[in-house]
Design a protein around this ligand. Structure first.
Ligand code: F0G
Length: 461
């Protein structure tokens, strides 16, 4: 008989969290301009804003913090991380950066300079900072995700996959010199934490080779992606996560990494390269923007903790307990008939806000409305992945209405208990039971010209 499931770790330290009353929360969210980013974290009971930098480090990672070598150049902590990246990802060159978007900035500077109006970067749905760095350079991020990703009830096992026809159209339409790279985001955050299959990565890689285009991963959640390949893709059940990771990375030229996710650290990132020449070109930008090439904006201790975190994140038992908890939240919500992005993704449950709140007009920010309701209900903080995040068209300045309005409930790694997940389910169910009374959303009072969702201020309509 196989043993029943239990987490492969125990708790050494606890951090109290505070409950507030509904009356308090109504005041707090109003003074936050109905923007969940503006809340103080001490006013949040269960914080599902992001799984980024919010994980709990292990005792081995904390031990590595004490061993941190803070030398400016050539620190031993740098070499520990370099060895791990070489061993796990098979990439001979790497540059540390202070987080994922910094890796994007450095790499895109090396590939596109500061202004590249004719350039396009195809991929599956780019994350917002990635798109921000592309659009900041006046280039275009082209979404080639398969259509199934935009149907929340489709049971496709790899909804992060790229549509090869869409991709080939891009390659045929634009001259090779204007396509600095193709980017596969694993798992695809913007389409619901959905994985990309190895079969798809292999096919994209072959197409990129045929057209002479560089292929990179946005690898923020590469280990979770590997878990889904093991669990769902024929032929991979008996391979280890580390073998699958290696097979994935053998098909690309490099990656940008937000280590705050599958590195299980609170801050950090890197770029990994196969190509020495591109690495050398990127070094200059790393020094200008981030720091010297052996620390790049990270403390030595953080480089060490990341080296251990990458190894832990690619262990099957850890990944199983992680993804099982996300699935638990998703399945409990589904059993209450709450519409979510199916199948449940790797790092978060995405609630389909358009189906949840059909009476709120799209001009009034449906997913944001649901996020505010859930905070008022139980002090739970999710994040809008909808019209606020999609921002305005850079040319017309009109709102871009994405195919999906989602409320993302992102689960920090090794932080919350299953009971806390059940609390979230009960609170969301309470909102669902009174959904017919929710008919109005919010209007913008103030917004920034780019990446407005972080600082936007709203008022109830
Ligand atoms: N790429 C992906 C797929 C991401 O999810 C993120 C961040 C980044 C790049 C940027 O990395 O934050 O280290 O600069 N995602 C966080 C989130 C913020 O909440 O999903 P960063």
């Amino acid at each position: 008989m196989p043993l029943p499931f239990a987490e492969p770790y125990k708790t050494k330290m606890v951090e109290p969290i505070r409950r507030t009353t509904r009356q308090e929360r109504e005041k707090l969210i109003a003074s936050a301009g109905y923007n969940l980013f503006n809340l103080k974290s001490e006013d949040v009971f269960i914080d599902l804003l992001t799984d980024s930098g919010t994980g709990a480090m292990s005792s081995a990672q904390w031990a590595e913090i004490m061993l941190g070598d803070e030398s400016y150049a050539g620190a031993s902590s740098y070499y520990k991380l370099k060895n791990t990246i070489e061993e796990l990802l098979g990439m001979p060159y790497f540059l540390p950066t202070h987080q994922g978007r910094a890796a994007e900035n450095v790499l895109f500077s090396a590939l596109m300079g500061m202004e590249a109006p004719d350039f396009v970067v195809p991929g599956n749905s780019h994350f917002d900072t990635t798109k921000g760095h592309i659009e900041f350079r006046k280039a275009k991020a082209l979404d080639c995700t398969i259509d199934e990703a935009f149907d929340t009830s489709s049971q496709h096992p790899f909804k992060g996959n790229l549509d090869l026809n869409k991709l080939e159209e891009v390659f045929k339409k634009h001259p090779k010199e204007n396509i600095p790279l193709c980017l596969i985001t694993v798992t695809c955050n913007s389409s619901g934490g959905q994985p990309v299959s190895l079969e798809n990565i292999r096919a994209v890689s072959a197409m990129c080779k045929k057209y002479g285009i560089r292929l990179f991963f946005d690898a923020a959640r590469f280990a979770e992606n590997a878990y889904f390949i093991k669990a769902r893709e024929p032929g991979y059940a008996d391979k280890s996560i580390k073998q699958i990771v290696r097979e994935m990375f053998d098909l690309v030229d490099g990656c940008t990494m937000s280590a705050k996710k599958d590195g299980i650290v609170n801050i950090g990132g890197f770029i990994a390269f196969r190509d020495k020449e591109l690495f050398e070109r990127s070094c200059t930008f790393n020094i200008v923007f981030e720091g010297y090439i052996t620390y790049g904006g990270m403390a030595g201790r953080d480089l060490g903790a990341l080296s251990v975190g990458l190894r832990e994140a690619t262990e099957f038992d850890y990944l199983e307990s992680r993804i099982r908890q996300v699935r638990l939240l998703g399945e409990k919500l589904m059993s209450c008939r709450i519409p979510i992005q199916e199948p449940v993704g790797g790092h978060a449950v995405f609630v389909d806000a358009k189906k949840f709140l059909p009476n709120v007009p799209k001009e009034q920010y449906v997913a944001q409305t649901l996020g505010v309701e859930l905070y008022k209900e139980g002090g739970i903080r999710g994040v809008e992945i909808g019209t606020l995040l999609a921002d305005r068209d850079p040319q017309t300045r009109e709102n871009r209405y994405p195919a999906l309005e989602l409320l993302r409930l992102a689960i920090p790694r090794r932080v919350y208990s299953d009971n806390q997940m059940l609390y979230v389910v009960e609170c969301l169910k309470n909102v669902y039971d009174r959904r017919d009374q929710i008919k109005k959303g919010y209007a913008i009072v103030h917004e920034a010209p780019i990446m407005r969702h972080f600082t936007v201020e709203l008022r109830p309509v």
